[in-house]
Write a protein that binds this ligand. Structure first.
Ligand code: HEC
Length: 129
């Protein structure tokens, strides 16, 4: 009788210990998450897929992407690889962002209608052309 209850007691203790360890590791994981999220929202990272559908909505009436031919504005194929705007200005993320925000002579400005995240998405898409 005595040995049996000792075994039961040991087993019960073992379960409690395991439960404690489990609970502690769970706490640690959930505490680390909010910090990661903050990092992400600081710099909007472009998503080329979202940029592609935005381009379809906002830009494709005036621009081809599969060819450098002119539609209403110039074709944007390989604009990043070529590295230059028609004006001769260097293409990089800041100059592209400024261009989309301010527009051109016949191109509308998008500063008011697109968020920083949406412009980052468009830039990520333009990089793939
Ligand atoms: C109403 C037509 C129109 C729309 C809409 C439009 N563009 Fe344009 N875009 C133009 C025209 C026209 C130019 C030629 C430069 C100018 O107007 O001064 C141009 C020029 C550009 C250039 C410079 C190309 C070069 O080789 O110099 C880029 C990049 C560009 N547009 C991107 C975009 C993006 C991205 C969008 C969508 C957010 C967009 N455009 C929407 C008409 C448009």
């Amino acid at each position: 009788m005595r040995t049996r209850s000792t075994i039961l007691l040991t087993a019960a203790l073992g379960c409690m210990m395991a439960g404690l360890v489990f609970a502690q590791s769970g706490e640690k994981k959930s505490a680390a998450k909010p910090a990661e999220k903050k990092e992400e929202s600081k710099t909007p990272k472009g998503n080329a897929l979202r940029g592609r559908s935005l381009f379809e909505e906002q830009c494709s009436i005036c621009h081809f992407t599969a060819s450098p031919a002119k539609k209403i504005g110039p074709g944007l194929k390989a604009i990043y690889r070529n590295g230059k705007f028609s004006s001769g200005k260097k293409v990089d993320d800041p100059s592209m962002r400024a261009w989309i925000e301010n527009g051109g002579v016949d191109m509308p400005a998008f500063k008011e209608s697109l968020t920083a995240q949406q412009i980052a998405d468009l830039i990520a898409f333009l990089r793939t052309l």
